[in-house]
Every structure is written in C-alpha cells, then in structure tokens.
Design a protein around this ligand. Structure first.
Ligand code: SUG
Length: 417
C-alpha cells in the first residue's frame, strides 16, 4: 500500500483546564482561571476526528497522559497530596492534547535509511509542557514499534528548545516522493519567548538522516512571535506541494521562497497579504492552524476552526481564495472552541505522519465504531467542568485518574497504564 497521510489527534484529557501557563500564547492568557469543560472539549475533539473520517481521511489517535504527573512531582520533591500551588496547574495540565507538539516526523522517502523517523519534542520552554516527553515517548514507541519502518528518537538535549511538528513543514510533489523539509525556528519574539531553537532543529535533521541539500532552516519573524504566533503553525501550513502562509510569517520570505522554488519547482505558494488579513486577525482566527489536506477525490481542502468563519477579514479572503483558480478548493469548519481557548486549533490537535497505516499499531488507528466507543467513555467519565480551585479537590483527582484508566482499558492499551 502506498504511503498515506495519517493525522493522529490527541484525545483531550479529563484534566483540561485554563491555567494561563503559556506566555506568548494570547488565548491561554485571555482565558486564565476561566472554568473549563473537559467533557465538551473531548467530545469536540472526537467530532473533529469523525468529520475527517467522513471525508475519507486516515485518522489516528493518542491517549491523554497521566495527570497529575506523579513522577514529575516526585522529581521536584512533592507529591499529589502535598503539591505547592505554584506547581499544581502544571502537574495537571492536559497540554499533551496538542499532538502537533509531540514530535517531529520525517517520512521514509526523505531519510537516509528509508524509514520514517520521529523525534519526541523536549518542550522545555514551558514548565507544564516540559514533562510531557517521557510518556509521549512511551506512546510513540508503542504506536510505531515496527522497527523495519519507523525509528523513534529520544528528545534532543534540553539546552535547545524543541516544540515538534508545529515548527516543521514538508513540501513534496507527492507523499511518496522525496520532499523538502523546512524547520522554522525563532530568534527573538519581542516580549515573548522564541520556543524553537535552531540547534534543536539541526540535531533532528541529522538524527533523521535528511539530505542537507533538501533541508531548509528558516527563521520565524520576530513580529509574528510578538503578535502571538508562538509556533510557526499559527502563521503557516503546508501539504504536498502547497504552502499557505501569512506575508509576515518569516524573517526573510524572499530568500525562503526562492530556495523552495529551486528545490521544488512544483511548489505553489499561497500567501495571505497583511493588508487583507492582519497578523492580529490571523492569530485571533487561527486561519493558518487549519489542517490542509488532500481530499480522496482530488484537490485540497482546509479544515478550519469556527473562529476563522467569525473573523470577517479572514472569511472574506478565504471565500475569494476558493472561488479562484488556486490549489485549495474547499473549506470545512469544525468547532474546537474549548481547545482554541488555550491556543490550540485543528492543526495543533494532530500529529501528521506520512506512512503506511498497516505498519502502525492498529490500536492507534481510529474508525467510526472506535470513535463511538471513545465518545461513550468520555460521556460517562470526563468531568463536566473544572474551576481553578477544583484542582485541589482529591475527588476530582481521583475522577481524572479513573477516567483515563477507563479510556485506556477500552482501547486495550493497558501497557500505558
Ligand atoms: O503550548 N497551550 C499550548 C497550545 C499549543 C498549540 N499548539 C500548536 N500551535 N501547535 C501551548 O502554548 C495552555 C495551557 C494553559 O494555559 O492552561 C497551553 O499550553
């Protein structure tokens, strides 16, 4: 079977809450200490997966990580029964839902040994995300255990921040052909941190055995980070030969586009001008955090958050784009508002892997019946709401832990308990 795009969505965990933990992520700051709705959040995520399955796309899934993270607390000399207020929200964070930050993926046609290479992200910049990687690594090693086709790498050393696929794009003439891999890094972000270090990206490219001639390292623009684009996938998205990007996404777009055209003459660059959509509207609407996908009947579509339809400048531009003669022909809108309120749109919620689905552990591949089962578990076990003070309640903690266990048992993934 040919290589296919598989989108692995992170199932939104039962501890989903709004703690305002991510400096530079405007939505996270705006919703700090709001009441969250984990059950609705997770069902919104399942509905997005159902939507994509209905479109005929191959859908995968990852399960939530154990929260609170007892091992991380123990390393900090604390326990879940006696956790300082300053650590509690980080120990409970459901941030692993944003699977685009789980790892960087180089498909088999791009790598020296012809296997798909996957490096788990260290996420070291934000404390609440820095303890995701050990459990994410266990899950990746299970899903992609077939060593003939995959190589899963440990994270790059924490000296250099790495936030995974959210800062990586692959352009190619077709999924099965050697592509051009683009690593986008940050240098400065005004008042906000640059979360992807170029040395982390370079290390990943070496570990994955990429051809240096077909690998680009591109600086994200300082103004984009300062405007709230804390990851490149807030201002750009790529699929096969199409790049959709905001005019102000990159530090030196002229140089980047010229290199890209030289390496991949088939590339089609769709640029959104700043005078049509401001950086502010791009960040508010998450227009670029859409999933840009190749549809089974040909042509490409964008799977966008509701917020894009609600932002007039964005929707006007998108409608004009699909009416034109460009490569992106269809718009689909999904409701992921609970995730969006923490700065995670449709593309944040998925890790894209180009591989043969038959080589992946089938427990991580979704279908309609499995999504129905997961939906039932969520309806029965996920808390309906979490206010900040609830995180101190031992009964909530117990509920979060038993909810995760129920899901894992339903999926037969007991190795992850
Ligand atoms: O790392 N939000 C995440 C959002 C990640 C979005 N991912 C991509 N763009 N690919 C982050 O900033 C907020 C958690 C809180 O504040 O409770 C948070 O971690």
């Amino acid at each position: 079977m040919a290589l296919q795009e598989i989108n692995f969505d992170g199932i939104i965990g039962p501890s989903h809450n709004y703690a305002g933990l991510s400096l530079g992520n405007l939505a996270s700051a705006a919703h700090a200490r709001h009441v969250s709705h984990p059950r609705d959040a997770a069902l919104q995520g399942i509905e997005k997966m159902r939507h994509n399955v209905r479109l005929g796309l191959v859908q995968g899934l990852f399960v939530p990580l154990p929260r609170p993270n007892h091992e991380w607390l123990a390393d900090l000399g604390a326990t879940a029964d006696d956790v300082p207020d300053t650590l509690r929200p980080a120990a409970f964070s459901a941030s692993a839902m944003w699977a685009a930050n789980a790892a960087t993926v180089s498909p088999a046609p791009d790598t020296a040994d012809g296997r798909c290479h996957i490096t788990v992200a260290n996420l070291r910049t934000m404390p609440h995300r820095s303890h995701e990687w050990p459990d994410t690594l266990s899950q990746l090693r299970l899903a992609f255990a077939d060593g003939a086709h995959f190589h899963v790498h440990k994270p790059v050393p924490p000296a250099f921040g790495d936030e995974g696929a959210a800062n990586h794009m692959r352009l190619c003439a077709g999924h099965g052909e050697q592509g051009v891999e683009i690593f986008v890094y940050g240098r400065r972000g005004g008042a906000f941190p640059a979360r992807q270090h170029v040395e982390a990206s370079r290390a990943i490219a070496r570990h994955h055995g990429l051809d240096p001639e077909r690998t680009l390292f591109v600086a994200q623009s300082e103004e984009a980070i300062a405007a709230g684009a804390f990851h490149n996938d807030v201002v750009a998205v790529a699929n096969e030969n199409v790049l959709l990007a905001h005019e102000q996404a990159f530090e030196d777009r002229v140089d980047f586009y010229a290199s890209l055209k030289r390496l991949l003459p088939e590339v089609e660059i769709v640029e959104v001008p700043a005078d049509a959509v401001s950086l502010e509207d791009a960040v508010k609407s998450y227009l670029f955090n859409a999933q840009l996908v190749t549809l089974p009947d040909g042509g490409m579509g964008l799977i966008l958050p509701e917020e894009a339809r609600e932002t007039p400048s964005v929707w006007t531009w998108l409608e004009a784009m699909v009416a034109g003669n460009g490569p992106i022909r269809k718009l689909f809108v999904v409701d992921v508002r609970q995730s969006m309120a923490n700065g995670g749109g449709p593309a944040c919620l998925r890790l894209r892997v180009v591989a043969n689905p038959a080589h992946v552990d089938p427990r991580f591949i979704a279908n309609k019946a499995k999504l129905d089962t997961i939906g039932e578990v969520i309806r029965e076990h996920w808390p309906e709401r979490i206010a900040p003070a609830d995180l101190c309640d031992p009964k909530l903690r117990q509920r979060i832990e038993s909810a995760r266990a129920a899901l894992i048992e339903a999926l037969g993934l007991n190795e992850l308990l």
